[in-house]
Design a binder for this molecule. Structure first.
Ligand code: ZN
Length: 265
């Protein structure tokens, strides 16, 4: 394999991807035809298991260098440029969303069931959080910081089968455990919910329209958020409208402090 020219390797990877997609479609059609799945949710589960099996047989390749083993290798992730500062000071993003590797990987993470990358992104987010507010966290010894992933509306969650921001928050908790700092963080995925489905943010949409569309888009459970320090977790932030709306809802419900971390900006 190593002796093949890069172009040939690229062709092979393209063929493998095509085979993967064909197999998944065949499986989906066959499963629906023989009616082995009682509901849409189960179909999602089966499809996800099947995708993982296929990935085990034909491992994914790194979006940056083409090395097999995952959608993003450690070398490439280390070379992705950092994000420029977000407009709102409570938001921190790790990677530059203009970078094509990051854009491609996040797209797969959101829409193509590429859940494996949550691990890399979760680690990067953890490092960013500790680097920025680690001292505050350590000083406030008895305080716990709640990790609240930006929720998807129930309808979109059903379509997609998973909330990518929740996967990120779970990975941060896992990594915190490995680092011995699990007591500092607690996952609170149910603290916020979406009250209505908002349209995916279009590129052409005006900044003011984005903020308007997201007004009142969230609901917070007061008993879960009152008096707490909350860290919001999201995959991508562009104008910061989503995170700003979520933060407002939390503050209205008595949350003490709100910071937000996103994979890319
Ligand atoms: Zn790579």
């Amino acid at each position: 394999m190593e002796s093949l020219a890069p172009v040939k390797i690229e062709v092979i990877h393209k063929r493998v991807s095509e085979i993967k997609i064909s197999l998944i479609i065949c499986f989906y059609l066959r499963a629906s035809e023989v009616d082995i799945v009682p509901s849409y949710i189960h179909m999602h589960l089966l499809l996800s298991i099947f995708t993982r099996l296929i990935d085990a047989v034909f491992p994914s390749v790194c979006g940056g260098c083409g090395k097999s083993g995952g959608l993003l290798c450690a070398d490439c992730i280390a070379n992705v440029p950092s994000a420029s500062p977000a407009t709102q000071s409570f938001i921190t993003a790790v990677f530059d969303y203009q970078n094509p590797i990051i854009r491609g990987v996040i797209w797969k993470f959101k829409y193509k069931n590429a859940r494996g990358v949550a691990k890399y992104f979760g680690m990067a987010l953890y490092d960013e959080i500790i680097g920025e507010i680690g001292d505050d966290i350590r000083i406030s010894k008895n305080e716990v910081f709640l990790l609240v992933p930006i929720p998807l509306h129930a309808k979109r969650l059903r379509e997609r089968g998973y909330n990518q921001s929740e996967l990120l928050a779970r990975e941060i908790i896992k990594y915190a455990k490995e680092q011995g700092s699990e007591k500092m963080f607690k996952l609170a995925p149910g603290a916020l919910t979406r009250t209505r489905a908002t349209k995916p943010q279009a590129k052409s949409e005006k900044r003011s329209t984005r903020f308007e569309n997201l007004r009142g888009a969230f609901f917070a459970f007061p008993e879960l958020v009152r008096g707490k320090h909350i860290i919001l977790i999201d995959d991508v932030t562009t104008t910061g409208a989503t995170l700003t709306s979520a933060r407002k809802t939390l503050l209205k419900n008595g949350t003490k402090t709100v910071r937000a971390y996103a994979v890319a900006h």
